[in-house]
Design a binder for this molecule. Sequence first.
Ligand code: ADP
Ligand code: MG
Ligand code: MG
Length: 918
Amino acid sequence: MVKEKKAAKYVYSFGGGKADGNESMKNLLGGKGANLAEMAGHPSLRLPVPPGFTLTTEVCTYYYAHKKTYPKVLKIQMEKALVKMEKLTGKKFGDKQNPLLVSIRSGARRSMPGMMETVLNVGLNETTIKGIIQQSGDARFAYDAYRRLIMMYADVVLEKAEGIEPKGGKGIRKLLDEKLENIKHKQGYAHDTDITADELKVLVNEYKKTIKKVLGVDFPDDPMQQLWGAVGAVFSSWNGKRANEYRRIEKIPHEWGTAVNVQAMVFGNMGDDSCTGVAFTRNPGNGQNKFYGEYLVNAQGEDVVAGIRTPAPVNEYSMNEQSKQFTSLEKLMPSLYKELFSYQRRLEKHYKDMQDIEFTIEKGTLYMLQCRVGKRNGIAAVRMATEMYKEKLIDMKTALMRVGPNQLVELLLPMIDPKAELIQPVIARGLPAGPGGAKGRVVFTSEDAVEWASKGEKVILVREETSPEDVDGMHKAEAILTTKGGMTSHAALVARGWGKCCIVGCADIEIRSEGKLFEAKNGVIIKEGDCITLNGTKGLVFEGSMPLVDIDIEKNKSYKDLMKLVDKVKQIGVRANAETPADAITAMKFGAEGIGLFRTEHMFYGEGSEDPLLQLRKMIVSKTEKERINALNDLFRYVKKDVKATLDVMKGFPVTIRLLDPPLHEFVPHDKEKLQQLGKELGISMSVLRRRVLALHENNPMLGHRGVRLGVSYPEITEMQVRAIFEATSELIKQGKKILPEIMVPVTCTVNELVHQRKIVDRVYKEVCEKMHMKKIPYLYGTMIEIPRAALKAAQMAESADFFSFGTNDLTQMSFGFSRDDIGGFLPKYLDEKILTDDPFQTIDQEGIGELIKFGTERGRKTKPNLKVGICGEHGGDPESVKFCHRIGMNYVSCSAFRVPIARLAAAQAAIESPRRK
Ligand code: ADP
Ligand code: MG
Ligand code: MG
């Protein structure tokens, strides 16, 4: 709990070229408040920001800790700040001649776009409206502002903040909205702006009556009461359903709280010399260094983001299919555009990052309403980081920290197979808001998206526009398609943040039949559940399910530039898990410096596995050594061929080959035909075969007869594999190639196992050297550390190992006692109840499993200072886990080929965050 201090400062003013706060105070002032202060007060900016003040996040903390009340001094501090605003604007809050109107805006430390509430036009009532009419000379405008205030206030303060669940699901905002639509319908108006002042006046009264009837309270006429009501409601909205949902997805702590900004209103809806807009200092869709934005003439606040009207482009560059019919701001108001352009340049230079800005022009005067670091997709992030580095706006380290490792996934995202795209007709075009290709079945509501996705369906969420209520469904969908809204609409913004395929403003389609189907302009009808495919890079919609293919990353220059920087900085190696030459080639292309896990059993799965599998089966059900050796001899050539092909591709990079790991019964056939064939090959009867198969059954195979245990029971299995590795290596070396195999023994728990197996390796090594006429064959001998005891006995294990590779999947499994395949039953609850913060199979449990790894590494290196240490398993591609491995001094991480770039970037970031001494 925050204790109330006498002198605590809860209110920070900004405006008139001055500010109490600045950009570094985000924790206290929230992002919006801190940036408003910076824009208004920093000597190198001093932009025209409407004056106002920020109530700190500490007020929010206090509010929740004290039954929704405020610190005592708040009232006085706020009144003083209000007086400052009045002086700067020359208006007075609640005055009947020249009233000051204010907006009440939320603002958390990290932006949560649209998740919390804003109330505009606070201070309007039956008295002040007269002043506004006189000041503006526009009764229509004044009543429009008034009815907007009443609607927002009823929705935000009187309903949502009070926790009222609307009857029949129809909230007060909807009820009031219907009244507006009724008038439009009755009078045959096409636009809100057609409604006359007198009609609005009547509407205002109707609004008030409806509120009283439905919610049982009066809309407050006292401006001060409105102000406090709105402030309280914004603080309450921190705990609203959708804000909570968003924080869960984005991992924003609930304790942070929000700040509240009170700011003088400016009006973009005062006629055709007024407008409001959203813009970015660079294109957030592709990263190009071009001013990009949209605006609406004669509109207020949320109209652009809400995507209700199609916005116009700020300049030629921002024009698209939908907006090319409109005049750009640059053409319409050239000198104001110039002013805006120069501000956005200054902002980017000042913040040294792409800025997302909100501006409003009121009767020919430009105001800056917000700036923040703009969200961007992965492709744009990489381009901006590398280009800003080249422009010398940022240094190399900053450039590397600018791209989230997981954002690189988007650069590798599949796209629609170009061949298929050539022949398939486009059914609709929209704006490309999120790149990549995606396919799935159409759903029309966020709830359906969540429900269908939970059943394993891949869905595409199709909406007219999205609102913050839709985030959960948007998150679950493969892609999002909206019929309205521009590149700065809610859907585009959110998709960009997540790197999701998204098309917005697709006016070529119309959602009909109460949201059960959509019809494209060309007449194609797509019903709920039908498949469509999207090209988010170009904004194209296709009927049906089309093949997706992988992208050629080598063609992305910015990516290559970034990776060059990565290699200059990173200190830990990155290898890939691969067992075929094709995978190995992919891995090399992504920059892998070796293979950290080659699973020998791979050859027994999938394509081409028929014959090796049969030989393996023969070996498995063999009873005598002779039978087994016969089968092993047949198997030998497969293993050798397989190992050789991959070693060859890896061009001297180390390849860690794991000896046979799974319990044998996994490979035993179950269908009769296969069993009969096996019996025939072995020359034994079905009943004998059945008995042998039955004998292999284990109650707990995960902890059963597998890994090194097989090698101890049947030394000839180890022998065969090791011989294959040495012979393959020798043959390649004779061809003049550099080859480095690493033999890895799995599932060990004591050094005695390693000693036992090493004898076999040593013997076979000598034999192969002789046979192949080799003086020596390069190789390393080591073990996987995946049983807790092995980590605890690392000092001894290292006596007989040149390297350790932590098999963190099994290590996690065996240390937690969680079966990875069965955690679905309880893990969600564990995460919900915060018993665990993360799924330990996704990211290394640093405080538990991490301790074991650290301990094992240290002990091992005490015995053998140059012991090579790495990890293999899923964690090797998780950025946080990679950083952990860097910090504890591992030599390398190994992950699946497609995650190699991600691991490399994470490794570089780890080296920047906690550099190792060289
Ligand atoms: P969000 O964080 O959801 O974007 P904002 O606080 O930015 O919410 O407010 C929502 C909308 O209201 C924005 O479009 C903003 O431009 C507009 N707005 C907020 N304050 C003012 C103001 N003082 N004058 C004019 N428009 C405002
Ligand atoms: Mg905003
Ligand atoms: Mg294992």
